[in-house]
Write a protein that binds this ligand. Structure first.
Ligand code: CLF
Ligand code: SF4
Length: 493
């Protein structure tokens, strides 16, 4: 079942496209027929094709493909109570220092530099730091330049939706295949608690009037995108006591209007960010509240649970940010695109992916064959590729899976400060990691030392490296079988 292991490092650290192609031809699953049946049965082939290399629109794709954002759109036409304009747009980024704002020509240089060096790159997104539709001329100019140079890159925007309807036709003409609208309410009475004002039709609106206009534009924009076959994701910021229960209603409205995905994100609120919510003590939800709401939303639009709330200038696989490697001062003024690495990487991934799909199918079959009942919460340290391939001490986040007899579900991630610092374990960070892993039954990682393992055990969390470099689902199904009586594989360490 398992193909020879090709680590992500061997793919992404290779310095020439020739080497990548050699890797592609020497490894991976030799059979092209294995594993194709795990593609979602309820999805047509055109949609599958659109999402298969978009790391946000496909959870499976996010193990392999990367996005980059270019911060070309600083202007915004609304005020959200969770945003401070000195910081990045909270719709698609965690608050941080102001991004390096780029002109369309600078953005093109940056995209070429990243595409030449980051073989996983598949999507260019414009997610602020203001609004991509309001700052439209820069968005359009950037996409036109990039599409001319790198025609196979997917174009993606994130918007608050207010100026969206007037640009939907141009988006379709420019082949923008994926759009995200942040929709936090469908009731203006809720909306006025989130948006103090909007700027629309050359005038400023406040209160319920503002929220009503915003709501109508968001719904119109979504309907227009659906009519044109552009895949739309809805981002909603979950604000406890303000719109948390209301998001169930939002989910119904957007599902009826053809949204492909619904991504409920936790409010990030800190007085240091200087936002209205931060300064007034509005808290964000904890991991359990977020998951509970997401579970209640199952059955409507597909749910996105792997969002990392990226910065408006993020670069790389979700959960990593290589933006600092590609600041303008490091990029030559004249730079030509060379697609060799990206093409070689895709060839490798196509082979590995079939094998991964087959492994997942086998894991699901295994779980379905068990008579046992129960749920297992598993935290996985991974660097991508669908494998358990990260050391416990190096992990900056753990991916969380829930296993039951009905299958294995990715339910989110928990960010942590890494335990290892220069070869030494940091006890304070271990305390934080244990707190972040509350409710987890077992941690799977490539390596773990006795000290952290014993401390985790002292808090009721088991950890093992017994499945190091296995596929995540293969390991979890074997674990589940062990846990619930049918020992299919090795015992846990
Ligand atoms: Fe960027 Fe957004 Fe496109 Fe992705 S991010 S514009 S859809 S390419 Fe993705 Fe980042 Fe979450 Fe956004 S993980 S914040 S959902
Ligand atoms: Fe800030 Fe984005 Fe809201 Fe505009 S849409 S106020 S930039 S979070």
């Amino acid at each position: 079942m398992n193909a020879p292991i090709i680590s992500l490092e061997s793919l992404t650290n290779t310095t020439s496209s020739g080497q990548l192609l050699t890797t592609a031809k020497s490894g991976g699953c030799a059979s092209s027929s294995c594993g194709s049946s795990s593609r979602p049965a309820d999805m047509d082939s055109a949609t599958r094709e659109k999402i298969k290399d978009h790391p946000c629109f496909s959870e499976e794709a996010h193990h392999y493909f990367a996005r980059m954002h270019v911060a070309v759109a600083p202007a915004c036409n609304i005020q959200c109570n969770y945003c401070n304009r000195k910081y990045d747009c909270a719709n698609e980024s965690r608050p941080g220092v102001v991004s390096e704002k780029l002109t369309p020509d600078q953005a093109l240089r940056k995209v070429i530099a990243v595409a030449n060096e980051v073989p996983q790159l598949s999507v260019l997104g414009i997610a602020g730091p203001g609004d991509a539709c309001y700052d439209w001329n820069k968005t359009r100019a950037t996409f036109e330049r990039v599409a001319r140079e790198i025609p196979d890159i997917k174009l993606c925007i994130s918007t608050n939706g207010l100026a969206l309807p007037e640009h939907v036709d141009e988006l379709a003409e420019m082949n923008v295949s994926h759009v995200t609208i942040t929709i936090n309410m469908v009731d203006p009475a809720v909306g006025e608690k989130i948006y103090p004002w909007i700027f629309y039709g050359h005038r400023r609106y406040t209160g319920v009037d503002a929220a009503k206009i915003l709501h109508e534009q968001q719904m119109l924009g979504l309907e227009m995108l659906t009519e044109r076959g552009i895949l739309t994701k809805i981002n909603s910021v979950m604000i406890p006591g303000v719109n948390d229960q209301h998001l169930i209603e939002v989910n119904k409205w957007v599902t009826e209007r053809g949204a492909f995905l619904h991504n409920v994100m936790p409010l990030i609120s800190d007085s240091a960010h200087g936002t209205w919510f931060g300064l007034t003590g509005q808290r964000g939800p904890n991991a359990f509240e977020l998951k509970e709401l997401q579970d209640r939303l199952e059955g409507g639009a597909k749910l996105m649970r792997h969002c990392r709330q990226c910065r408006a200038d993020a670069v790389g696989l979700l959960g990593t940010d290589r933006g600092q490697e590609f600041t303008l001062d490091q990029i030559p003024l004249e730079i030509a695109y060379n697609g060799g690495k990206r093409h070689a990487y895709r060839e490798v991934v196509a082979r590995i992916r079939d094998d991964h799909v087959a492994a997942k199918n086998q894991a699901i079959t295994t779980l379905g064959s068990l008579s046992a009942r129960g749920t297992l919460q598993v935290a996985v340290a991974t660097k991508g590729g669908g494998r358990i391939n990260e050391h416990f001490g190096h992990a900056k986040e753990f991916q969380i899976y829930e296993a039951s007899q009905t299958g294995i579900k990715f339910v989110g991630h928990r960010k942590v400060e890494p335990y290892c610092h220069g070869g030494w374990g940091e006890d304070a960070n271990l305390v934080g990691i244990i707190a972040a892993l509350e409710g987890i039954d077992i941690v799977l990682c490539a390596r773990i030392g006795d000290c952290p393992k014993n401390k985790l055990m002292g808090s009721g969390i088991r950890a093992t490296e017994a499945f190091g470099y296995d596929y995540i689902e293969t390991a979890i199904s074997a674990l589940y079988a062990t846990e619930y009586g049918d020992d299919l594989s090795q015992a846990t360490a």
